[in-house]
Ligand binder design. Structure first.
Ligand SMILES: *[C@@H]1O[C@H](CO)[C@@H](O)[C@H](O)[C@H]1NC(C)=O
Ligand SMILES: *[C@@H]1O[C@H](CO)[C@@H](O)[C@H](O)[C@H]1NC(C)=O
Ligand SMILES: *[C@@H]1O[C@H](CO)[C@@H](O)[C@H](O)[C@H]1NC(C)=O
Length: 482
């Protein structure tokens, strides 16, 4: 593997600054060295982000489907205590939730490692009880939710014109940005998602969470049917987007469809994607899937039409396990090493493209973005349409902190670097190590036919919200690349 290391930010003055920093390092008796390092890291990331101003890009047009919901965000443990749900002594994975005991077991399963998860509640009574209890919980918050509206809002905020496919209530549509045009039905009762957030170190019975994250439950009536697809498709051609994003398909996971219904929906989606103009790039945002037949369908109907994929550290091994023909991985290390993730990225990139070549139709995969707590990694085919990969990786990293801390300004007293001092680019023996340099934090290099960029995240330590993080991060990365 030939590696050509390139710097993200090339500023000679940083070399001298680095020398000063090293000198300072040896003198400082306290944590101020660390503060200094974070300071340099932050300003370097900000500079990398600013390298591509949106003024360089003439207001991109982005179409995003499907669905959306109203999120009720609560502290997970407080909610479970309020409804009197005792901590189970049996953490257990369930594909969907039928009763309170399964909820306790499923929550416990993901809570200790701190892994993001999302499950369908098959029991309407239970779901209504949870929603009612959440409404009354002090400190609850309501917000726009669902992959598509969150990505749409972020894109609009970044200056894009957006077409959003989803069926919403009038109130919901009213609070969306002016730059967003909605294609879909108007519904009286929007779907509600319940977001059980928890900070690092939260305890529930004998369990302690190793990192901040959320456990989501939903019981949608509209979203699983992609019921805005027709209106969305009608407007799509006239809208002529630079980018078409598909997300929210996890709402189909374990949903009790009639026989053949889901396949018919995905078949229509495949048709829509395959008729997209070659000038329109297609991105698919992965999510938490446990229904193997659904994930197989996505492999058949959606992935072949995507130029780009976005996912987190759980979703990457989940999708890979399907390719490998093994049982679906539903829980993976929530803090994976860079080398591990990069090897998984290479493998997925290779497998998806191999499938593409064998099929002889659809689009090759030319971009893959993986967002983790500690770092961002983007792989892009050399010579493809995707621009500014280095800046996009920096922006994704900054967005992670901004989102989780709930503030556009990054406060270093609420940030921590958890990525190691250097990382190996593969777990293969003898692989090159790349030092993390604060003044050149985004490392980009070329491998066989593609470029990889990795940026550390200034991990937010005072968590405001984790839900929606992946969507904000993915959208922020995409916006600089189209
Ligand atoms: C559904 O939830 C309710 C309320 O928690 C419970 O009483 C009922 O037994 C559950 N139904 C099933 C089929 O588990
Ligand atoms: C895969 O799942 C099946 C059915 O749940 C189980 O019997 C089998 O042991 C699993 N295999 C592995 C390798 O985990
Ligand atoms: C993430 O997206 C949501 C929905 O658009 C928005 O309310 C929130 O402010 C975003 N987070 C950041 C950091 O911009």
């Amino acid at each position: 593997m030939a590696i050509e290391l390139r710097s993200g930010v090339k500023y000679g003055s940083f070399l001298s600054l680095a020398v000063v920093l090293v000198a300072y390092w040896f003198r400082s008796p306290d944590g101020s060295v660390l503060d200094e390092r974070l300071d340099v890291l932050l300003s370097s990331l900000l500079r990398a982000e600013r390298k591509v101003g949106m003024s360089d890009v003439s207001r991109p047009r982005v179409a995003i489907g499907f669905g959306g919901c109203v999120d009720i965000i609560v502290d997970g443990v407080t909610l479970l205590n309020k409804i009197g749900l005792k901590a189970t002594d049996q953490p257990l994975h369930h594909d969907y939730i039928e009763n309170a005991e399964q909820l306790a077991q499923s929550f416990a399963y993901f809570f200790s490692p701190g892994a993001a998860s999302e499950r369908f509640v098959m029991n309407d009574t239970l779901f209504s009880e949870l929603v009612e209890a959440s409404r009354e919980l002090p400190g609850n918050r309501w917000s726009i939710g669902g992959n598509a509206p969150v990505m749409a809002s972020r894109m609009a905020l970044e200056g894009c014109d957006v077409l959003l496919g989803g069926s919403f209530s009038i109130d919901f549509t009213d609070i969306l940005s002016q730059r967003i045009t909605v294609a879909g039905n108007t519904v009286d009762e929007p779907d509600i998602h319940l977001i059980l957030e928890y900070p690092t170190g939260a305890t529930w019975g004998p369990y302690t969470s190793r990192r901040a994250n959320r456990y989501i439950v939903h019981s949608d009536d509209h979203n699983p049917y992609l019921d805005s697809m027709e209106q969305f498709q009608e407007k799509l051609n006239g809208f002529n987007p630079d980018l078409l994003v598909v997300g929210g398909l996890q709402m189909m996971d374990n949903f009790p469809f009639k026989k053949g219904e889901r396949e018919a929906l995905l078949g229509r989606l495949a048709q829509m994607l395959s008729s997209a103009s070659p000038q329109t790039a297609v991105h698919f945002e992965m999510a938490s899937f446990v229904d193997e037949s659904l994930l197989s369908d996505l492999l058949e109907f959606v992935l072949p039409h995507a130029d780009s994929l976005g996912m987190n550290e759980q979703e990457l091994p989940n999708l890979l396990s399907l390719f490998r023909g093994s049982n679906l991985t539903v829980l993976s290390d929530p803090n994976p090493r860079v080398a591990t993730v990069l090897d998984q990225i290479r493998e997925l990139y290779r497998l998806v493209n191999q499938r593409h070549r064998e099929a002889g139709t659809g689009r090759p995969l030319t971009r893959l973005h993986v967002h983790t707590l500690a770092f961002q990694a983007i792989i892009v085919k050399r010579g493809s349409q995707w621009k500014n990969t280095m800046s996009a990786t920096a922006k994704a990293s900054l967005t992670a902190n901004r989102h989780v801390c709930g503030s556009p300004d990054i406060d270093l007293s609420k940030a921590r670097l958890i990525m190691d001092e250097s990382f190996s680019i593969s777990r293969r023996e003898g692989s090159q190590r790349i030092p993390l340099q604060e003044s050149r934090p985004v490392s980009c290099w070329d491998e066989d036919g593609y470029e990889i960029c990795v940026a550390p995240v200034l991990v937010c330590t005072e968590v405001y919200q984790t839900a929606g993080g992946g969507d904000n991060i993915s959208a922020a990365g995409l916006v600089l690349q189209i």
